[in-house]
Structure formats: structure tokens, C-alpha cells
Design a protein around this ligand. Structure first.
Ligand code: 5SP
Ligand code: CO
Length: 218
């Protein structure tokens, strides 16, 4: 069964406490927090104060996805704001190994993300340093985009690379996840499904989370 991480980017920001409590009462494992700076990605979402506000009501770990340039400048701040898992983009980190060490020194779980154009092989030297790899299945910056189909192949490649390296980490997929692609993703080897619009735009978000959790594979 996959772990489910609803993205609060698609929540009602004027009712954030209500939506965080919905996640608390659901079958989800994490709360996915999308931080965008208008530079690494075209869009701006929110920063540390919102992350800290979510943390005050959260009963599940915060999976914080930093879509920002120079993320190393803000690791301590996001850790203080309650981040349990911190994801940085390989495309934003010239000293990725150092950045991942820093995340771990702060007591958080280190995670690295790759954009749709970035090959899985670019991760080969740091796979032993992370507890999670996030494969973007849309171009980062916005919720509600369509899932990119080459994600299945990238997941399979990463499963193979992980086995060859003899290390362990979760594989997370983020962007356009729904009940059509979730079974195929889990079948390919995905451990964590992030879902924003599909959860929050549904009539019954708790039931939608439950449905994602229970996806059948072949
Ligand atoms: O990181 C991102 C987008 O950049 C995601 O976490 C989105 O928030 C997912 O939203 P949906 O594609 O599921 O609507
Ligand atoms: Co995200």
C-alpha cells in the first residue's frame, strides 16, 4: 500500500486549519507542503510562517518540498517551522551532498527531487544519502497540471538503481496523481503518492485519500 501525502497547495488557505485537520483524520501518512519562491519556479506559494501554522495543527509529519533557489539558506528555518522531511531539488543545489548532510544534521529526513527533464542517473552518487527521492511528474510550480507519462519509466529505472546500489529510500511521485495513474505508479514501485487537486477538489477528500491508499495493482 502506498503512503499518501496530500498537498496543501490545493487546500483552502482561508480554512487551512480545517483542511489540516481533515488530513489528520484521514488515512494519509504525511502532509505535503509546497514552498515556491517565484525564481526556481514561476509561482510563489508561501514560506516558513505558513509551514509553522500548519505544524501547529498537524498530527502527521510535514513533507516539505522546497522549490526555491539556494535552499541551503533556509534549511534551519524550515526545520524550526516543523519540517520533518525536507526535499531539495538537484537542479537548485550545486553542493547537493553538503546540503543533504546539513538536512540530516538538523534532525530531518533528507530527500532530493528531480524535474521531468532530469535523468534518474544523475542521482547515482547520492542515493546512499537520502531517505526519499521525489520524481516530479509535472513541471514544478503549479497544482492541477497533467501527469507526464515518462514518469513510469523513471520510477522503474530508480527501482533498479536502488537495488544495484544496495541502499534504501522511498520513491515519491508528485504532480497530476489521480486514481487512473496511481495503480500504475504503485505497480512500477512508487512508495509515496503526493496528491493535491485530486484530493482537495473532490467531493469527499477523506474518501479520496482512502481510495488512493487502497489502489489495486496487477
Ligand atoms: O510540487 C507540486 C507542484 O509543483 C505539487 O506538490 C502539487 O501541489 C501537486 O498538485 P496536483 O498536481 O496533485 O494538483
Ligand atoms: Co510538491
Amino acid at each position: 500500500m502506498p503512503l499518501i501525502a496530500p498537498s496543501i497547495l490545493a487546500a483552502d488557505f482561508a480554512n487551512l486549519q480545517r483542511d489540516v485537520e481533515m488530513i489528520n483524520h484521514s488515512a494519509a501518512e504525511y502532509i505535503h507542503v509546497d514552498v515556491m519562491d517565484g525564481r526556481f519556479v514561476p509561482n510563489i506559494s508561501f514560506g516558513m510562517p505558513v509551514c509553522a501554522a500548519v505544524k501547529r495543527h498537524a498530527q502527521k509529519p510535514l513533507d516539505v518540498h522546497l522549490m526555491i533557489v539556494e535552499p541551503e539558506r533556509y534549511l534551519e528555518d524550515f526545520r524550526k517551522a516543523g519540517a520533518d522531511i525536507i526535499t531539495v531539488h538537484i537542479e537548485a543545489c550545486p553542493n547537493l551532498h553538503r546540503t543533504l548532510q546539513h538536512i540530516k544534521e538538523l534532525g530531518a529526513q533528507a530527500s532530493v527531487a528531480i524535474n521531468p527533464h532530469t535523468p534518474v542517473a544523475s542521482l547515482s552518487e547520492i542515493l546512499g544519502e537520502v531517505s526519499q527521492v521525489l520524481i516530479m511528474s509535472v513541471n514544478p510550480g503549479f497544482g492541477g497540471q497533467s501527469f507526464i507519462e515518462n514518469t513510469y519509466r523513471k520510477v522503474r529505472e530508480l527501482v533498479e538503481l536502488r537495488a544495484d546500489a544496495g541502499v534504501n529510500f522511498d520513491i515519491e511521485v508528485d504532480g497530476g496523481v489521480n486514481l487512473d495513474n496511481a495503480p500504475l505508479l504503485v505497480d512500477a514501485g512508487v512508495d509515496v503518492l503526493v496528491a493535491g487537486s485530486f484530493v482537495f477538489k473532490s467531493n469527499d477528500p477523506v474518501a479520496t485519500i482512502q481510495a488512493l491508499k487502497g489502489v489495486e495493482t496487477d
